[in-house]
Design a protein around this ligand. Structure first.
Ligand code: DON
Length: 564
């Protein structure tokens, strides 16, 4: 809602936050004058930042940060996964690249069903059958070739050094290794590096991954998709019962796509188009919210939570029916984000009572025919900005670890709709548009997003969190724009989520007061504070009035902003 900064920024932020949160403190993230990288690990942010300091641009830093996360953050950083990047150049030009995984050529619609047509537990989530053809290496090389400025040696060499030198285990990482060790044992024939009892402060070295990166540096993208690495990888996956072939790898290509854009007040939001549902759902939700005076209702107030929930409910119902890989299904993006269609969707909304999801289906339109991902945001000293969300899907992906190459493989196949109406690991339900087909990309919720204000770069942000990604990005943008928060406060603020089905508002536990929760329940909302200890790990950068940058690195992870 209309928000004009008429007094000095700090003062304004102070009062807005005081009003919204009933607290006087304002937390600020790192502030720098020239450039910044915010990512899930300090080591990766530092490597990206060093590239910028050497005179590289945001795209060079993207390549370095993506590869460094594959070393420092095996939980979600990856060579064996995929992702999306949205960018805005200093001259205002925008674009995006899709390096999402693809279904192997031998994939079939019913590959995860038994003879009774029921979904076979874990087949799409654990082990080799869950793996989609990885896209990250193709993404890095495509970005470097088209938009980078430094030689590739300058980008990959520090990452190889990091892999050789090793990375210190954090407390949060120690807990994650412990939690997933039973699944590592289940998914892998032999013991893997992460079966060891790693403790916080230990250093893990990655010599095999360093060798793989060394070969990639020497022979380029083809090493991963057609060279020795491809041969080892295809054989490894097949030896473990999977169906990815050398041909699948050789055929993989990243794809440039036009971002989904829309206006909200004086903002222009630039986000990822299908096969991500992020941009479309964010557009739908924000356009449904625009007529309401959220600023007056207040941040995380009863009315604000109600109206956001109802807009989310309707957008996720559309997601499940209409969205999929646009190379395979007809995805009516333009119609779905039209104002008159969205006004109609909210026509039955009332502050008096919750709408039941059983009463909400996808809209009728004329159709012409958990945090286990990771996000990083970068702005450079030239004014370019990028937002990248990348993933193995679940924590450590399929848990299948190729020891010879030194990396985990994704379980992205679970993002397809294995059976219409049956929820995937994020409880999301899909339909025809997202059925499994050979070489198709599975529908994603990843929402790397850049926001302009009055035609200028304003924010770059994103988050992991499966189905909750879209709503976490939404709330962070609203926290800054509607409620005047700093980037760090916007990231830190408690989050909630509704995704149509199951019909419940998921809330971060012990963050919302019990009176508010009872009021929502009295209006007919079902509240779930059990299942999501955290919702999203948002990393973002905000451009302040004096053109300096404020980083928001989420305390929910080990996320760190580094800049100069
Ligand atoms: O692309 C998607 O929507 C999912 N594969 C993202 C997975 C994710 O965010 C896991 N983190 N909780």
């Amino acid at each position: 809602m209309k928000h004009s900064f008429t007094i000095a920024l700090m003062l304004c932020l102070f009062f807005s936050c005081k009003k919204a949160n009933n607290k006087t403190e304002v937390t600020r993230g790192l502030i720098t004058k020239n450039a910044m990288v915010v990512s899930a690990r300090a080591e990766a942010s530092k490597i990206g930042n060093d590239i910028l300091k050497q005179g590289g641009n945001a795209f060079d830093a993207m390549c370095a940060t993506q590869l460094a996360l594959a070393v420092a953050y095996p939980y979600a950083g990856n060579l064996g996964g995929g992702g999306f990047m949205v960018y805005r150049k200093a001259n205002g030009e925008i674009g995006s690249i899709d390096f999402r995984e693809k279904a192997p050529m031998a994939a079939t619609k019913d590959m995860y069903l038994d003879e009774n047509g029921d979904v076979i537990p874990e087949k799409s989530t654990l082990g080799a059958m869950a793996v989609g053809v990885p896209g990250s290496v193709a993404g890095v090389f495509e970005v470097h070739e088209k938009l980078g400025s430094l030689p590739i040696e300058a980008i990959i060499t520090p990452v190889i050094e990091l892999a050789k030198k090793g990375v210190v285990v954090t407390k949060k990482q120690e807990a994650k290794f412990k939690k997933y060790q039973p699944l590592f044992l289940k998914a892998n024939k032999d013991s893997i590096l992460f079966d060891l009892p790693w403790k916080a402060k230990d250093t893990i070295k990655y010599p095999k991954l360093a060798n793989t990166l060394q070969r990639i540096l020497k022979y380029g993208k083809d090493e991963f998709y057609k060279g020795e690495t491809a041969k080892i990888l295809a054989k490894f996956i097949q030896d473990n019962g999977g169906i990815i072939t050398e041909e699948d790898l050789a055929n993989y290509e990243a794809k440039w796509r036009t971002p989904t854009t829309f206006n909200y007040d004086d903002l222009k939001v630039i986000s990822m188009a299908p096969p991500s549902s992020g941009g479309v759902c964010l557009a739908q939700i924000m356009k449904m919210l625009e007529p309401f005076n959220l600023e007056n209702h207040g941040q995380n107030s009863l009315k604000t939570i109600q109206v956001i929930t109802e807009a989310e409910r309707r957008a996720y119902a559309d997601r499940s029916y209409y969205l999929g890989d646009p190379d395979f299904a007809n995805v009516p993006v333009e119609t779905l984000i039209k104002e008159d269609y969205l006004n109609g969707r909210m026509a039955d909304f009332s502050f008096e009572k919750a709408t039941l999801s059983s009463h909400v289906s996808h809209g009728n339109i004329q159709v012409v025919e958990s945090d286990e991902t990771t996000h990083y945001s970068i702005v450079d000293q030239f004014g370019n900005a990028i937002a990248v969300t990348t993933t193995l899907n679940g924590a450590y992906g399929s848990k299948l670890y190729c020891s010879e190459l030194g990396f985990f493989l994704n379980n992205e196949m679970d993002d397809f709709s294995s059976k219409p109406g049956t929820p995937n690991m994020f409880g999301l339900i899909g339909a025809e548009a997202n059925k499994i087909e050979p070489q198709k990309r599975m529908l994603s919720s990843m929402t790397p997003t850049i926001v302009e204000k009055n035609g200028k770069l304003y924010m770059t942000l994103g988050t992991p969190g499966g189905s909750t990604i879209i709503t976490s990005v939404l709330q962070t943008i609203l926290n800054v724009h509607e409620f005047g928060m700093t980037m760090q406060d916007a990231v830190n603020a408690p989050r909630f989520h509704h995704q149509w089905l199951p019909d419940e508002i998921r809330m971060e536990p012990n963050k919302f007061n019990s009176k508010l929760v009872s009021e929502l329940e009295n209006l007919g909302y079902s509240i779930n504070e059990e299942d999501s200890p955290i919702i999203g790990i948002v990393d973002g950068i905000l451009v302040l009035d004096d053109n300096s940058y404020e980083g928001g690195a989420d305390y929910r992870g080990d996320d760190t902003a580094v800049g100069f």
